[in-house]
Design a protein around this ligand. Structure first.
Ligand code: GLY
Ligand code: MN
Ligand code: MN
Length: 442
């Protein structure tokens, strides 16, 4: 769990970065699925990163006053409401929220419009995630205009609007020890879910039955939810990169690709494993699998301080391209295959992304036109793959083979730490793990 002190310190750090002005960070709205039935609530990641507060209808205002002495950390949140709490459960109310979450002041969300005008008066800059939510953009501009109307009273309105995400993305990109501890745990639970899924898999079962095993393990171990919609893709379905129907019967001789992981205390894991439905890789499956695994190993070895964001991708690409040539999937020299991008027929995505509160997390990948350097505390996924659709110029035994192997990797001083290492990955490990069940069920 992340301490209140950590959240307070993040707000202090943000205040010191923006120096002068007011930052406005609203959490996500509740969303309706139909009529009065809501989607499960998920807070806004930026808001949560700075507050640890999970209730909807809440706004953080940070007033930065130059030298920091008069800076304020203010929360607006829902009032206590005995009637609503019977239906929806506990709410903090402003007083308890202020105390519990370490704010200087907290007010009822019903007073937001009234007090925002006061807080923005005579401030030079408003920091906000402009463009993220049109309703909030309009509301903030309305506040600025209201301040502007008081110009004859000698009040000045903010002259500048800046995107707060610029600063926050950089803060979120490098994880502290508490975040890494949560992500390690999210990785462990997700890996155990994959192990459970492997043991539950056999010909004749449906993809959704395996999905259920994953969801069961996430929740059984206290994770809030999946971090994204699970992909459970048997056979040819694995060649559809964003396949989420998960409703096909699993066939003997096919592979099963599972891309699924949980969200724990707001933090995402992201794991893919690919394994044989019947517990034993065929020769052709093993060839492609070993190639993708070699590419992934090379990419993980390239995750270390001093290398840049693109290093793991380039390392994976070198291995994959040589493999595609050796297997007669691509023709020409490795340089030509990379130059013409003919490899993209079989490997059309990049090798990873930042990971954190969002599965595709905050943070720029390039700075001043250069891939950014990896530094300790960054967390990224390493996920090469190979997807082979039927085609006349492709050996038939490779048709409909879709393989991806994905782990979550934290950059450390010495190199990297794989947060999801518990999920079996080598051919022998997978076959052995799956065989245990098959034997025990005989
Ligand atoms: N599960 C989403 C991704 O791998 O990027
Ligand atoms: Mn991923
Ligand atoms: Mn994934």
């Amino acid at each position: 769990m992340i301490s209140v002190e950590t959240f307070v310190n993040r707000r202090k750090h943000l205040l010191s970065r923006i120096k002068q002005g007011v930052a406005i960070i609203a959490t996500s709205p509740e969303r309706y699925r139909n009529r009065d039935t809501q989607y499960p609530y998920r807070f806004d990641s930026y808001f949560y990163y700075l507050t640890g507060f999970r209730e909807p209808e809440a706004v953080l205002m940070l007033v930065a006053a130059g030298d920091g002495t008069a800076s304020q950390q203010i929360l607006f949140c829902r009032d206590k409401d005995a009637e609503r709490e019977i239906w929806d459960g506990f709410r903090y109310g402003s007083e308890a929220a202020r105390e519990t979450f370490g704010f200087d002041a907290a007010y009822s969300i019903t007073r937001l419009d009234e007090l925002a005008g006061e807080l923005l008066a005579n401030q030079p800059v408003v920091f906000h995630a402009f463009g993220h939510d049109a309703a909030w953009d309009q509301r903030v501009v309305g506040w600025i205009n209201r301040v502007r109307e008081q110009v004859r009273k000698g009040v000045s309105a903010p002259a500048e609007i800046r995107d707060i995400r610029h600063v926050l993305d950089e803060m979120r990109l490098v994880k502290d020890d508490a975040e890494l501890a949560v992500m390690r745990e999210a990785g462990r639970i997700s890996a155990e879910a994959h192990k459970r899924a492997m043991r539950a898999t056999r010909p004749g079962r449906h993809e959704y039955e395996i999905e259920a095993e994953l969801l069961y393990e996430f929740r059984r171990q206290g994770a809030e939810s999946p971090a994204y919609t699970s992909i459970v893709a048997g056979g040819a379905n694995a060649c559809v990169l964003h396949y989420i129907q998960n409703d096909t019967r699993l066939k003997d001789g096919d592979l099963l690709l599972i891309d699924a992981a949980c969200e724990l205390h707001g933090y995402a894991a992201d794991i893919t494993r690919t394994f044989p439905v019947n517990g034993k890789f065929s020769g052709a499956q093993r060839e492609i699998y070993q190639l993708v695994l070699a590419a992934q190993t090379a990419a993980i070895n390239a995750v270390r301080p001093g290398n840049n964001w693109d290093s793991p991708h380039q390392a994976a690409l070198q291995v994959l391209v040589q493999g595609f040539i050796d297997l007669n999937l691509c023709q020409g020299s490795p340089e030509a295959v990379i130059e013409t991008e003919s490899y993209k027929r079989f490997y059309m995505h990049r090798t990873g992304h930042w990971l954190g509160l969002d599965v595709h997390d905050a943070g720029e990948y390039k700075q001043a036109g250069q891939w950014r350097e990896l530094v300790p505390g960054m967390v990224l996924t390493v996920e090469p793959g190979c997807y082979i659709r039927p085609a006349e110029d492709v050996p038939e035994h490779f048709w409909n083979t879709g393989i991806r192997i994905e782990d979550d990797v934290a950059v450390t001083l010495a190199g990297c730490e794989v947060l999801t290492a518990l999920a079996p990955k080598n051919v022998a490990e997978i076959e052995e793990w799956m065989q245990c069940t098959m034997i025990s069920e005989r």
